[in-house]
Each structure stands twice: as structure tokens, then as C-alpha cells.
Write a protein that binds this ligand. Structure first.
Ligand code: AHM
Ligand code: MG
Length: 336
């Protein structure tokens, strides 16, 4: 083990402040707000099981109120942390129909950043104590500074992201993010409430042995995906591969980045554009994947170059180790 003390996320942010995009400190404050909100959400996620027990014991509804769902709570926590700190001029959330304009600074709307967020992805996993995550994506606004934010500030191509990341609330809680200079992962020490740099320069192995897809939908998949799955299962060379699907994008992505693998959420007969959201889920994960040496496409096109047309737009998603994604694309091309 090295004698170097572990670097905290706070120290890492200060170190990186010299990068041009951090120069005013505004961007570091934005990431600090996300860091803080993630700790509050982590606390809520951790006590989800016990809250249920208390609820069943009859202590929950003192005011006769329904207990709020955790994804709604997480949404409020992130929106409050980001808006009160005046670090963004607008927020779009998977939980809200429309974007939120945030007035900040003495003259209002002075921040140059907008955030798009999926506050608690995979939230159907909470009831069964399985990992969930927060996904975030940061852009510079394109509309006139000092005026209310516009839809065009959020409908930007993924290549314009200046940062993206996720928080995984798992067996340990981590923040993994990129500002376009590689991907770094920080693990929360819950006893201190501090994130430490635990995974510097994370990279996707070029290839892997894991494929992650909801195979229950097999019958509805496009022929190219069916053929790729048969290829994964064939006994030849390093195959058959291993199937691992948590049903929580952040957790499936995180495992695949560490071990090598591919995640697929394709289109299928009832859902021609798939399930995942381009702006809240696919763009940030695609940015991370590329920064880690992986690849992300819709089966044909680079995710980051797709022109968004609406906030809640869905898109098929193929993401992971570069060789595996390219092989899947080969099968998609043959059958298109
Ligand atoms: P959500 O935003 O409603 O939580 O849905 C996104 C989640 C992803 O985390 C996960 O990979 C996928 O939905 C699982 O969907 P399915 O149950 O259809 O396999
Ligand atoms: Mg989601």
C-alpha cells in the first residue's frame, strides 16, 4: 500500500480548480452541491428498510400522510441543494414534466450551468435492498446569460456535456464522474461522511465476458439483438459469456466498467425507442463510457451525437467495452 494519504473529493476538486472550466470556482461549488445532496439521499436510501418497519408498526402516518416514495424524496433533495446554493440556472429532472428555471445571483440567472438529473434510477429495486443510483449531466447554457433558461439549454447534444457522473448507493456508496479528462471514482466513508478517491482513472476493459440485458423481453427484440445474444451464448473461444442483469442501470454499468461487459436496452416491438431516457440516462452514461475508453451507441449511431428533440426522449442503448459494443453493432447492421 502507498504511504500517500487518501485524497478526499473536496481536495480533488480544489486540485482541479486550475482546469479552465473550474477557474471561477462556480463549477466546483456545483459538484460540491451534488456531493452534499448525494450524502442526504444515501442516508434516506439506507434507512428505507427501517422506515418500512416503523411504518408497519403504526408510527409512520402520524399526520395521516402517505410516506413519500424515495424517488420523489431524492428529487426534492437534489433540487433543493442545487437551487439554494445558486450554482445552476436551470434543472431538468426525470421526475418532472418540465424544466425548472432558477433565479440566482443579485441580478438573477447568473449561473452559466444547467443540470439534468435522474435523482433515483432503478428505484423499483429499493424494496428488495438492491443498488440504485443517481445520474447527472451538466451543460453550459446556450441562451442569453441573465435571462430565464430555455428549452434549448437542455436539448443539447451529449457531446456538449462539460461533466457527467453517477452516484451508486450499493454495498458502499460511490460518486463516479468525468469532466472530460478521464473518469474518477470516490467511495464514501460513512463514519466520516467523506468521499475518498478510491478508483482513479477508471477504464473499461477493451472486452469482457458479461452481457446485461432483460432477456425476459427476448421474443420482442430486434433480430440483430437476438443474433448477438445467441453469439454471446455460443460455445467458442472465450464464450459463452456470463449473463448479469441487476435492472439498475448504474449498478449494471458500474460492474461492467470494472469487469468488462456490455449493457443493452434495445428497442422492442411495443417500445420502438426502448425505455431509457437520452438526456437523463444515456448521455451521461455515454460520456462516462467514452471517457473510460468504452463505447455507447443506439446500435447504429454514437449516442453523444444524437440531436435531442424533447426532454423525456427515449433511445435504445448499447454501452460498455468497446469490442463488445462493436460486435453487437455488427449484428445490428446485418439485420437492419
Ligand atoms: P427508471 O428510470 O424508471 O428507474 O427505469 C430505468 C431502469 C434502469 O435503471 C434499468 O436498467 C432499467 O430501467 C430496467 O428496466 P427493465 O425492468 O425493463 O429491465
Ligand atoms: Mg431512470
Amino acid at each position: 500500500m502507498s504511504d500517500q494519504p487518501l485524497q478526499t473529493l473536496g481536495e480533488f476538486l480544489i486540485d482541479k480548480q486550475d482546469d479552465f472550466q473550474y477557474s471561477t470556482g462556480e463549477f466546483s461549488r456545483l459538484l460540491s452541491a451534488i456531493r452534499l445532496a448525494s450524502k442526504v439521499v444515501n442516508r434516506e436510501v439506507n434507512k428505507a428498510g427501517i422506515a418500512d418497519i416503523i411504518g408497519k408498526a403504526g408510527n409512520e402516518n402520524i399526520q395521516g400522510e402517505e410516506q413519500q416514495k424515495l424517488d420523489v424524496i431524492a428529487n426534492e433533495i437534489f433540487i433543493t441543494a442545487l437551487s439554494q446554493r445558486e450554482v445552476v440556472c436551470g434543472i431538468a429532472s426525470e421526475e418532472n414534466d418540465d424544466f425548472i428555471d432558477i433565479k440566482c445571483g443579485e441580478n438573477g440567472h447568473l449561473s452559466k450551468y444547467v443540470v439534468l438529473i435522474d435523482p433515483l434510477d432503478g428505484s423499483s429495486n429499493i424494496d428488495v435492498n438492491v443498488s440504485v443510483g443517481t445520474i447527472f449531466s451538466i451543460y453550459r447554457r446556450v441562451s442569453e446569460p441573465g435571462t430565464p433558461v430555455q428549452l434549448e439549454d437542455f436539448l443539447q447534444k451529449g457531446v456538449n456535456q462539460i461533466a457527467a457522473g453517477y452516484v451508486i448507493y450499493g454495498s458502499s456508496t460511490m460518486i463516479v464522474y468525468t469532466t472530460g479528462n478521464g473518469v474518477n471514482g470516490f467511495t464514501l466513508d460513512p463514519s466520516l461522511g467523506t468521499y475518498y478517491l478510491s478508483h482513479p482513472n477508471m477504464t473499461f476493459p477493451k472486452t469482457g465476458k458479461i452481457y446485461s440485458i432483460n432477456e425476459g423481453n427476448y421474443i420482442k427484440f430486434p433480430q440483430g439483438v437476438k443474433n448477438y445474444l445467441k453469439y454471446c451464448q455460443m460455445e467458442e473461444g472465450d464464450r459463452p459469456y456470463t449473463s448479469r442483469y441487476i435492472g439498475s442501470l448504474v449498478a449494471d454499468f458500474h460492474r461492467n466498467m470494472l469487469k468488462g461487459g456490455i449493457y443493452i436496452y434495445p428497442s422492442y416491438s411495443q417500445a420502438p425507442t426502448g425505455k431509457l431516457r437520452l438526456l437523463y440516462e444515456c448521455n451521461p452514461m455515454a460520456f462516462l463510457a467514452e471517457q473510460a475508453g468504452g463505447k455507447a451507441t443506439d446500435g447504429f449511431r454514437r449516442i453523444l451525437e444524437i440531436e435531442p428533440t424533447e426532454l423525456h426522449q427515449r433511445i435504445p442503448f448499447f454501452c460498455g467495452s468497446i469490442n463488445m459494443v462493436e460486435k453487437a453493432e455488427e449484428f445490428m447492421r446485418i439485420d437492419s
